[in-house]
Design a protein around this ligand. Structure first.
Ligand code: CO
Length: 134
């Protein structure tokens, strides 16, 4: 069912500092920081040949990564995003398999303007998984 790895998201205390590290230490191509207030995050993308790394810094109140950073103050891997061709089909399959879809349980429009769902980490070895329709 799943296709390509779309991105790996890493929560960080500062996307500008993290972007500088990726650029200066690892020689990576990084995007300009982008505020997504509706999603409670500021993002920078590290663009690799085969995938992307999404750096996430919390902004505003009720940011979904605020608590994660409280538990992991220096940052850490937050989620992995896999591409799926049909998000509604993926949703039904996940529910049939006993997975918990976070939030309303239905797809929502994600940070990249595409329909996404997040699956509770408990059934995937502690990894938060995002499925994005591409
Ligand atoms: Co994501």
């Amino acid at each position: 069912m799943i296709g390509k790895l779309n991105h790996v998201a890493i929560a960080v205390p500062s996307v500008s500092n993290a972007a500088d590290q990726y650029k200066n230490i690892l020689g990576a191509k990084v995007s300009k920081p982008l505020d997504l207030p509706d999603h409670g995050v500021k993002t920078v993308f590290v663009e690799l040949d085969n995938t992307k790394i999404e750096l996430l810094e919390p902004i505003g109140k009720n940011s979904p990564i605020e608590n994660f950073l409280k538990k992991n103050p220096s940052g850490g891997m937050h989620h992995i995003c896999y591409e799926v061709p049909d998000i509604l089909k993926a949703c039904l399959k996940m529910q049939k398999e006993g997975a918990t879809i976070l939030g309303s349980g239905k797809p929502s429009i994600g940070a990249h303007g595409k329909p996404v769902i997040f699956i509770h980490p408990k059934i995937f070895n502690g990894t938060l998984i995002e499925l994005e329709e591409i």
